[in-house]
Ligand binder design. Sequence first.
Ligand code: GAL
Length: 650
Amino acid sequence: MKLGVCYYPEQWDRSMWLKDAQDMVRLGVKVVRIAEFAWSRMEPQPGQYDWAWLDDAVGILADQGLEIVLGTPTAAPPRWLLQAHPDMLARDAQGRERGFGSRRHYCFSSESYREACRVIVTEMARRYGQHPAVIAWQTDNEYGCHDTVISYSDSALRRFRLWLAKRYDNIENLNRRWGNVFWSMEYAAFDEIGLPVALPAQVNPIHALDFRRFASDEVCSFNRLQCDILREYSPGRDILHNFMGFFGEFNHHELSADLDVATWDNYPLGFTDMVRFIPEAERVQWMRSAHPDIAAFHHDLYRGMCKGRWWIMEQQSGPVNWASANPSPLPGMVRAWTWEAFAHGAEVVSYFRWRQVPYAQEQMHSGLHTSDGQIDQGGREAAIVAAEIDTLGDFGAHHAASVALVFDYNSKWMMDIQPHGEQFDYFGQVFAYYRALRRMGLDIDIVPPSADVSKYAMVVVPLLATLDDECVARWQASGAQIVMGPRTGSKTLDYALPTGLPPGPLRMALSIRVSRVESLRAGVSETVCLADGTPGYAKIWREFIDVAQGVEVLARFADGQPAVACQGAFSYHAAYFSDDVLDRLLADVAHAAGITIQALSGGLRLRRRGKLQFAVNYGPGLVSLPVAADRMVLGEAQLAPAGVAAWLAE
Ligand code: GAL
């Protein structure tokens, strides 16, 4: 467990660098990320490189014993590059080019931009690739931030057509699989196909989905281009990228196949404020401590990307500048968020940023220090964590989770394209299940649909739109209890209804037929009654299902129709349920799987790492922990708000 920090030497006078590096060491920082936005200083004129300043910065940090993560600067191309390659800009849905004057003003499909990136990454990797202090490379910065995955540029169109030709081989095949007989949408050649934008009526969903798949592949191949160069010139160094929160515009599982470590940027208060599926009351309730499950959800998601290796690349250290309101964290929360990440298995937690910068776009964004150089609340809390890491010593890094939750980017895109009701949100549904499991005190692994789930006792599939026989057979053979949310098995890979209706191939294991679905307006609910009479409700989404003989009905809607169907180890939820219903249903499945659960009250959350059980209190009141005082190794058994505790697990 190491602490890190994001540092921008190019934004500060050269005379400050040595003291900054020394202060980092004093604070307990071990890893420092630099350079990811400094292209205009590395290459001020086309082909004229100025490495002297970066040599100095790297040298100064290295001399203090700091380990360096170098960012490739491709998220911030300089102005002169645009002069040379006007085609590098992305184009938005209104046909407007994304201009210069901020960052990420490039199109993933621009071949001239790819070439420019190849050159700068090669130059940088050649110069620093063997430096002993350089331990890792970050490719670019937050792929897709500021809504930049999708581009409707000419380059994107050209490459999309090639992508389609490769996928479908001939145009008749595409016409058939897209269902283009509908509305006379048939094409005679791939060159006739346009981008799914600015059409009078709805886009054919498979046209839109293939464009999303294409756009995701573009991000992956753009990243691979950089990874290939870095591996050649900088062998033995980790390659990583910093992912974002609640962001699914490209397939992170696929992109991670080219990385050694998945990292993500954790801004818990910013997400609590911005995520649309959190009710307003909860936004206010958690405004200073953050919703207790948001960071954990991403820790579990990104831990599943690179065989368990993951970091926090940017950790919120005070108020941010980009949410609709930007409150100050409750004192203690920066420390608590750091421990939550370590408890989930993070190797490094790196704070954003060393010092608040007094100018430009992020002058209102805090760091570990204020812009006049004084240590701030976040810096003081980071120093406490550094001391605690030393005190705790080595207690192991892993702990096997008993529950797997399946996350699927393809399903996310399908639900974006055809939500069939404006309240419907893929992340919202997944997060509802995740939250319920966390409230039960469980450790959760978030896995892709292709995962081997045989080591888990319980597998939760909030929504997997496309299923195949192999997947269902794998789940059957796993011996786990399998719980599925609505819309699972609802589509084919070509974005059509499956033969014999949803849930498609799932019928191998569970004999139900979804004959009709409906979406519900905000504020509308449908009463649901569990088998033991416990009442609750469904919202946002409801299905009408026929159940065959041998299928047990565990809950019904008020009109008597089945709401939960179960056969053997498989159960299916025919609606988006309220929290109390979900808690109850998942608790019953956990019981059947032999998993012990705890009903956590308020803002208490648990996570085990190695020999230690960690607890974080996100709530406003004191919480009594279920542990004898002599087992405690960190914190108190009476856990205060924003408190962290750890004890030797049984
Ligand atoms: C991230 C980004 C950083 C910085 C930060 C501010 O999205 O990677 O460069 O802008 O947000 O919160």
